[in-house]
Design a protein around this ligand. Structure first.
Ligand code: TEU
Length: 558
């Protein structure tokens, strides 16, 4: 089945469980909390929920450090709660996609613990490398390579009791699994079958393109190691095997592909390859990294954003691949704070809606990250103590070691922290936003007094209603589901406009988005002559091809 037939009319909603809705007052979101909000999600019109990990975990990385893939962390509820959620979601036509963190386990996982206790069978589950002679706990010598952890510092940690190093591409409590060991691959396929038998509808695979490491350990003389372990030698084969052995080829599956290439993503998702059905790629979310560094601030480079989106849309389409479409997730700042303008309510609304128009008419599967449909923004915390994320806290210190003052480091963290997207969903205007009756695990954003679901769901002019409309349009228009895509050149003076065209037979759709607060010549008038405005974020149509500040419009010929 081609991907457009399988997925063209579907929209996924991401639930970051910890911050979504708390049913028991402990300040942390949970499974029953999701069940309580299913009516809201059904009304929005989404097809699937991707729920971030709720498995047993010491929570050093908020559940991305799994200690037992088959058991639910009591923090989030019980298996009975999961089964109830699954039943209730299904009754509303919503499927659940679970988040499988298979590149690494928590160091508290029984496998790692057995490895530590000296069991050779389990030592072969991880990437362990003997230390050089003479290593001691206090002076272990050089690690096997110079690779850096994505959260800062070396990607290797020394185990004095074994006199070995283990690889951790993320936190030191997240040990990379050895996918070259067939026993590991069998264990993981078993986990997939376990959840499939529980009736889940699909899966997201965390950092799926990092699972196959190179056969020899070499330093990266040009960078942090990623070019050596990304899209590694056996990654396609291993994913195909997982999908086959897990029995999930017909389900929606999405791989998180960090620093990947289009050619690889065509391979990951073209149905003839029997791998995954969708990919998240991140190049478009690096256009505001100065010198490629997430922790160096820069205004977003919109022409570069256009170039990247164009490449990914056109080349994935030509290669029979399929993109996940998104601006936002639990690792990214809020997109309106980042690419839009939230300085006034009017600009906040227009730029939030512009971002929605820009992705929802593209070819692929749109993902809405919780709260995005309300236009939630970065919280703008002003003290480091308000941050919880391991990466943010590490980098606050690393930036100061690099010479920034504490205030400067905080200013960077404020724009780049993963916690920007992790504040509680703003259900209402009350002090804890209707998220919990207790004390939220992380502070709420101050703007919840006016920016919240209660204020938006019944207002036909709200950001929420706008998202609902876009979801419905995708379901109504085969052109959006399966049309070809081609990006449009923009006229001189319109460098901050992103415009593209979808076509299916003689049907045509043109989308133009002005990523700026200036009036700008946007599109050649001839291109839109005779088209009808399908949707726009102003009440009236643009005049003579000129877009107003943060204007986004879609014209259709059907
Ligand atoms: O993220 C992987 C990842 O590579 C990033 O999104 C990025 O490197 C990170 O956020 C640093 O900026 C996935 C999960 O989405 C993330 O929450 C986990 O922390 C990580 O894997 C480890 O499991």
């Amino acid at each position: 089945m081609d991907r457009a037939t399988q997925l063209g009319d579907k929209v996924v909603y991401q639930v970051y469980i910890r911050s979504f809705n708390d049913s028991d007052g402990d300040g942390v979101g949970d499974l029953r909390g999701i069940t309580q909000r299913l009516d809201y999600l059904q009304r929005l019109g989404v097809d699937y929920l991707w729920i971030t990990p709720f498995f047993v975990s010491p929570q050093h990385d908020n559940g991305y450090d799994v200690a037992d893939y088959r058991a639910i962390d009591p923090l989030f509820g019980t298996m009975a709660d999961f089964e109830e959620l699954s039943r209730e979601a299904r009754a509303r036509g919503i499927g659940l996609m679970l988040d499988m963190v298979f590149n690494h386990t928590s160091t508290e996982h029984a496998w790692f613990q057995r490895a530590l206790a000296g069991d050779a069978r389990y030592q072969a589950y991880y990437k362990l490398v003997d230390a050089a002679p003479g290593a001691t706990a206090t002076n272990p010598g050089e690690p096997p390579t110079n690779w850096e952890s994505k959260f800062g510092g070396s990607a290797w940690a020394y185990l004095p009791s074994l006199d070995k190093w283990y690889l951790h591409l993320f936190d030191r409590t997240q040990a990379d699994l050895n996918w070259d060991n067939p026993a590991v691959r069998r264990e993981l396929a078993d986990v997939v079958r376990f959840w499939k038998a529980k009736g889940v509808s699909g899966f997201r695979f965390d950092v799926a393109n990092l699972i196959s490491k190179p056969a020899t350990w070499e330093d990266d003389n040009e960078g942090d190691g990623r070019r050596l372990y990304t899209d590694g030698p056996h990654v396609h084969e291993y994913l195909r095997e997982l999908v086959r052995e897990g029995g999930i080829e017909d389900m929606p599956t999405v791989g998180e592909m960090s620093s990947t290439s289009i050619d690889n993503c065509v391979r990951y998702t073209n149905p003839s390859r029997h791998e995954l059905s969708q990919v998240f790629s991140f190049h478009h979310l690096k256009v505001d990294y100065a010198g490629g560094d997430k922790w160096a601030l820069m205004e977003p480079d919109i022409p570069e954003l256009r170039r990247i989106l164009r490449d990914w849309q056109e080349r994935m389409c030509a290669g029979g691949g399929w993109n996940a479409l998104f601006w936002s997730n639990h690792d990214q700042p809020r997109p309106n704070s980042r690419f839009g303008d939230t300085s006034t309510r009017e600009l906040w609304q227009r730029s939030s809606e512009l971002l929605a128009v820009c992705t929802h008419f593209m070819r692929g599967t749109p993902y809405i990250y919780q709260g995005e449909e309300l236009g939630m923004t970065n919280p703008g915390f002003d003290r480091i103590e308000q941050y919880r994320d391991v990466e943010s806290v590490n980098y606050y210190h690393i930036l100061q070691e690099r010479g920034l003052s504490a205030d400067e480091a905080l200013a960077v963290v404020r724009e780049r922290s993963r916690d920007d997207a992790r504040t509680p969903v703003q259900w209402d205007a009350s002090a804890t936003t209707g998220f919990t009756t207790g004390t939220p695990w992380i502070e709420v954003a101050a703007n919840h007094t006016w920016l919240n679901a209660r204020a938006e769901v019944d207002d036909p002019g709200s950001v929420w209603s706008f998202y609902r409309r876009l979801i419905r349009l995708r379901k109504e228009l085969p052109l959006v589901q399966r049309g070809d895509v081609r990006f449009l050149d923009v006229p001189a003076g319109a460098e901050k406009v992103i415009a593209y065209e979808r076509t299916l037979g003689d049907q045509r759709l043109v989308v133009a988005c002005n990523f700026s607060g200036d009036k700008t010549p946007a599109i050649d008038v001839a291109l839109v002559t005779g088209g009808e405005v399908l949707v726009g974020n102003y009440d009236d149509a643009p005049v003579a091809g000129t877009l107003r500040p943060w204007e986004a419009v879609a014209y259709v010929w059907c």
